[in-house]
Design a protein around this ligand. Sequence first.
Ligand SMILES: Cc1cc2nc3c(=O)[nH]c(=O)nc-3n(C[C@H](O)[C@H](O)[C@H](O)COP(=O)(O)O)c2cc1C
Length: 419
Amino acid sequence: MERRLYSGRDLKRAHSIDDLRAMARKRLPNFCFEYVEGGAEDEATLRRNRDVFGEIAFLPRTLVNVERRNQSVTLFGERSAAPFMIGPTGYSGLMFREGDVKLASAAAAAGIPFVLSNVSTVALEEVVRRGGGRVWMQVYMYRTRESLAKLAQRAKAAGIEALVVTTDSAVFGKREWDLRNYIEPLKLDWRNKFDVLRHPRWMANVLWPSGMPRFANLGDLLPPGQDSVKGATITLGQQLDPSLSWDDIRWLRDLWPNRLIVKGVLGAPDALKALEAGVDGIVLSNHGGRQLDSAVSAMDVLPEVVEQVGGRLCVMLDGGFRRGSEILKAVALGADAVLLGRATTYGLSAGGQPGAERAIEILKSEIDRALGLLGCSDIAGLDRSFLRWLRHDVPPSRARTEPQTHMQTGRALAAALPA
Ligand SMILES: Cc1cc2nc3c(=O)[nH]c(=O)nc-3n(C[C@H](O)[C@H](O)[C@H](O)COP(=O)(O)O)c2cc1C
């Protein structure tokens, strides 16, 4: 019989993030799934984000007592139950009614932080109140800086622990597979309109009774009545500020008293600038392959960034994480934590809050199992000596098909990864 991922409705039968993805694909209309799934242009970065994990292999220890295993980490002085959190994904309300609250609640139940997107469909105060747990908030920097200042005030009053400024979106990336679903901006073609009708479960959950969800967190940035997708897209397009610089981060540093994190750094020079600007942490990120195509993966630059700023800044990263073992590879290279984008969005899309909880549960159990199999009882003891970086010199596509050369090159290049 052909091997098939599970794509039914029983969350217990999802054994991997890929199963949740298959379930999400079935529940969502094509245009929603594509919004989540796609990357920019040729999607080379999107692929790189996944391929890089195949280039790093584990070197397990044997005969180590792993009866008790710990995967909790400390982030900004507080314990987090796992070395990952839910990262910001905009417009989650399109995947599931009040998606932002469901994600926040799933994170709180699991004891990990949740990063609310700037372009959410539930107001930040409500997400904090109903979601509970540690809530961080992602912001873009718009031309109208006063709007951001006001948003920061609201965030502070609501008890947001950290602001995460996304800096990789000075201009919009071009997601062509997304665009192909429309005959003009925000107007679906006939094929997709019919496809929506074939998803009554999603329609009843998301569209009923008020139609497409509206943006709830952009404050006075949007003119009155312009909080629809169309209104917001036009305004936000005009508001994205290509003149953004490190001075703006310093400006925000002065007015925001809590933790400040820059998301969108891809290399040691910018990590050092972030340190100089006085931020508390960085997220190495290429926005899930949705912005600059052909950019490196965050994993590619993690070792050099940790070498330069590790211990002085909280170093987090995202992009392509779908397995607990992949999160452990990042931690072994010195990351403080990983942010999830699509992994938990698949869970949310497959089954709301229980779906997001299932995604977290799967990843936690994979981490726990991998720690046991690695012979490492505490994640704090995980370091580069548990890894071997395979074949830096060969393109990832060939690496997949030639396992023998793979190992030989890996041996020859073992020195590429200092212990
Ligand atoms: C559907 C979707 C919406 C996103 N929205 C935002 C956003 O509003 N703000 C932001 O900083 N990043 C956003 N991102 C990027 C994620 O925060 C993250 O960088 C990326 O998804 C990580 O890659 P992964 O999806 O492979 O885990 C979005 C990503 C996706 C898939």
